[in-house]
Ligand binder design. Structure first.
Ligand code: C5P
Length: 208
């Protein structure tokens, strides 16, 4: 049994009390991984942005809104975990200023200044002691190369590469890549089947 932390779903970065930037992530792959980890006998804590999917009631679920909140909660739980699966799609930018009141239309273009949010997987990866870290990369071009670069940059032990067709779909098609850049396995099928395959690889390569 391992204690697994899973970040899942999108985050939101508000511009004003009603408008926000976000990512097109449904949390479905995250929910499938939570279930697969529970089925494999692990103890799971999931930190999730706003989603409409439901997570297994056998997992501890912590809801957050922003990338900064997701990082703060993840940093609190990471030291007591054996590994992290970063399947969330955190919003990479936040408005420099959050307006207190709803921004009114003026008839002129609105210019937003955006600054980068912290990278959760990279931050936790850089601080890992005994933990393993599995990241996800969703790429539209030079997919394998970009995934390997991210694996290294974020200190991951495995990187799961998927394409944009994964978003909000029932099925997924992934390559699981190791730190040598080798594709350990390509897995296609329903997200539940893909999640079970990823968990089996984690069990074989990182837990046992
Ligand atoms: O956004 P990017 O493609 O770099 O995401 C790759 C991995 O990094 C994913 O596992 C994702 O969950 C994670 N990530 C993160 N925090 C961010 C951006 C991405 O943890 N701000």
């Amino acid at each position: 049994m391992a204690r697994i932390l899973i970040t899942s779903g999108p985050t939101r970065q508000y511009l004003d009390p009603v408008r926000y930037l976000t990512n097109a992530s449904s949390g479905r792959m995250g929910a499938a991984l939570v279930q697969a980890a529970i089925d494999a006998g692990h103890q799971v804590t999931v930190i999730s942005g706003p989603v409409s999917v439901e997570y297994s009631d056998q997992a501890t679920v912590i809801n957050v809104i922003t990338t900064e909140e997701m990082l703060e909660v993840a940093q609190k739980h990471f030291p007591d975990c054996d590994g992290l699966i970063g399947v969330a799609a955190p919003c990479d930018y936040r408005p420099k200023k959050i307006e207190d009141h709803k921004i009114s239309k003026t008839g002129s273009p609105l210019v937003l200044q955006l600054i980068e949010t912290p990278d959760i997987v990279a931050t936790l990866g850089a601080s890992k002691t005994h933990q393993w870290v599995v990241g996800f990369a969703l790429e539209t071009e030079d997919q394998h190369f970009r995934a390997v670069v991210k694996l290294e940059k974020k200190s991951c032990d495995l990187m799961v590469l998927n394409g944009p067709e994964a978003m909000n779909a029932d099925e997924n098609s992934v390559d699981v890549i190791d730190p040598q850049g080798t594709v350990l396995q390509s897995i296609q099928g329903k997200k539940s089947e893909v999640a079970a395959g990823i968990l089996q690889l984690i069990d074989e390569n990182l837990i046992r």
